[in-house]
Ligand binder design. Sequence first.
Ligand code: C2E
Ligand code: MG
Ligand code: MG
Ligand code: MG
Length: 296
Amino acid sequence: RAKEKGRNQFKVFTSRMLENAVEQLNLENDMRSALKDGEFHIEYQPILLMGTNSLIGFEALARWNHPTRGPIPPSEFIPMAEDSGMIMELGQWVLENALKTLATWRAQSERAKDLFMAVNLSTRQFAKAALHTDILATLEKTGVPADRLKLEVTESAVMENPESALRTLNILRENGVQFSIDDFGTGYSSLTQLQRLPVDTLKVDRSFISRLGEGDDQESTEIVKAVVAMARCLDLSVVAEGVETGKQLDSLSRLNCECVQGFLFHEPLHDSAAMDLIAEQESNPVPEDFRKRHFQ
Ligand code: C2E
Ligand code: MG
Ligand code: MG
Ligand code: MG
């Protein structure tokens, strides 16, 4: 009996596994048509200077609204797109559309000309030798100056294939494109490796920020403090991502963290709401010293 029961459990297990696999395949297939069927859009999350709350840029975040399943989070579809190779198409689509949006804002508002657009690059995209050619062509096509594009890369994306990734980064950097290291603190890059990367900004991972409020987590405080010091030493900008509470903001302010991004300020916005924010920010310009330091 026990054996039978065990066998049945095994069956249930495999059929669920099969179901999951089928579901995954369906979703992967759906994704192929989703792009051209207009199921994807981009939301733009504001990035602000600490203290003045002056808007300095936006991070473009991909959104998939599936016709029957509703919204599917990036944590689900990005890994899938990486596995299937679709990330190349999706990544290019996000880049082009985010830059087109910025170009539209720039045409409507002087204030928008001081903003950067941050776009995430996945590990898999570095595998393409001509990545820099595609990116430069997209800048040219949309008319956005290269120094208004900030590509977000993770330490692991670069370290997985350091030779070719560094080559791509350097070519783009020579052309004026800026780079942030995303989710900083979760990878393993040493100071030496960091110094070799042509980056402008460190984005402190949300996991450290979220522990800042709670009973003043000493370790997270020390980590953020160290990242801020490291950034200053390397002449980089620092963004705290995922700021949700006033307590976290107080700690970040005490630690002299330069820039903030998070639900406490703004959730990712649709392009019209983002444009409204830009209009509101006409009376809150980007300070001259920041602009000089970060734009060419
Ligand atoms: P990420 O690049 O670190 O983006 C920041 C994520 O934190 C976004 O999640 C954003 O909505 C979320 N976030 C911002 N502020 C807060 C906050 O105060 N609290 C909390 N709990 N979350 C906050 P999202 O949009 O779900 O994206 C998740 C990840 O998916 C991104 O992490 C990025 O790695 C990836 N991703 C999103 N769009 C793209 C894309 O177009 N291309 C690539 N390659 N990856 C993308
Ligand atoms: Mg990012
Ligand atoms: Mg991030
Ligand atoms: Mg993150």
